[in-house]
Design a binder for this molecule. Structure first.
Ligand SMILES: NC(=O)c1ccc[n+]([C@@H]2O[C@H](COP(=O)([O-])OP(=O)(O)OC[C@H]3O[C@@H](n4cnc5c(N)ncnc54)[C@H](O)[C@@H]3O)[C@@H](O)[C@H]2O)c1
Length: 258
């Protein structure tokens, strides 16, 4: 058990990568606060099989300042401290660059950048106050490594995640808080079903074709599964990563080389 008795907050934990990571953290001995904007009843159904003494389920929107405060206060009330933040909640959308997209910009940047940054800031403050260091892992994307004609706002939001990860790592190093990112490639989650449907609309493809093509173009020959992110998520949250900070690790089947 690599995370025995550690206290972890996992955002976007209702489904996809967040759910896989929350379950793996529980299996590694951590106590986990699962945060998601989805209804509490949905979270309760998803985690019905989990050990309730190690779990706190919170419905919260990471774009909201009061909710961020509530996430940290509830974590401290229940478990007494916080050691790990898996900062994962995000939304996806796309639109041709010359089309109207003010609303998409606001929504993507509210969740993927503002929510990501201010939750990280608040959790880091708690970690600094309590002492003993901490581990913060921000979910970036291969989309943050280069732009895409149809996906400009999401790509820019993930580039911002990589940049904030670097700045925070430098600022928080004196507190022994390691800040790293993970950049997944194409992972078969509910998000990718939405991505596929959007590409079908804008590239005039049948549903499912984009998913098949992106999978085939990965050097390892397929899309990843959510559970294939959990090894990196545990490693970066563990003491094995004590001397690693400011990095964004590609977990993408070889799509990006850096
Ligand atoms: N799936 C991929 O191929 C892929 C690739 C690269 C990066 N990523 C990144 O990995 C992370 C997880 O992706 P996923 O595919 O599991 O996504 P997903 O859409 O399947 O799950 C995201 C979760 O975040 C929650 N969420 C959204 N807005 C929220 C908010 N304001 N407050 C709290 N929770 C909110 C959703 O309800 C959902 O449960 C995201 O940061 C995503 O950008 C995914």
């Amino acid at each position: 058990m690599q995370l025995k008795d550690k206290i972890a907050i996992v955002t976007g934990g209702a489904t996809g990568i967040g759910e896989s990571v929350a379950r793996r953290y529980l299996n590694e001995g951590a106590k986990v606060v699962v945060v998601d904007v989805r209804p509490k009843s949905e979270l309760e159904a998803t985690y019905a099989d989990a050990d309730k003494s190690h779990l706190l389920l919170l419905q919260a929107d990471v774009t909201n300042r009061d909710s961020i405060e509530d996430i940290v206060r509830s974590t401290i009330d229940q478990f007494g401290r916080v050691d790990i933040l898996f900062n994962n909640a995000a939304v996806f959308d796309m639109r041709p660059l010359l089309d109207e997209s003010w609303e998409i910009f606001d929504r993507i940047f509210a969740v993927n950048v503002k929510g990501m940054f201010f939750l990280m800031q608040r959790v880091a403050q708690q970690m600094a106050d309590q002492g003993g260091g901490g581990k913060i892992i921000n979910m970036a994307s291969q989309a943050g490594r280069r732009g895409e004609a149809l996906v400009s706002h999401y790509c820019a939001s993930k580039a911002a995640v990589i940049s904030y990860t670097q700045s925070a790592a430098l600022a928080l190093a004196p507190h022994r808080i390691n800040v790293n990112g993970i950049a997944p490639g194409v992972i078969d989650t509910p998000m990718w079903n939405d991505v596929d449907a959007l590409f079908a609309r804008y590239e005039n493809r049948p549903i499912g074709e984009k998913k098949r093509l992106v999978g085939e173009s990965v050097p390892l020959g397929r899309m990843g599964r959510p559970d294939e992110l959990t090894g990196a998520a545990v490693f970066l949250a563990s003491s094995d990563a004590d001397y690693i900070t400011a990095q964004t690790l590609n977990v993408d089947g070889g799509n990006w080389m850096s």
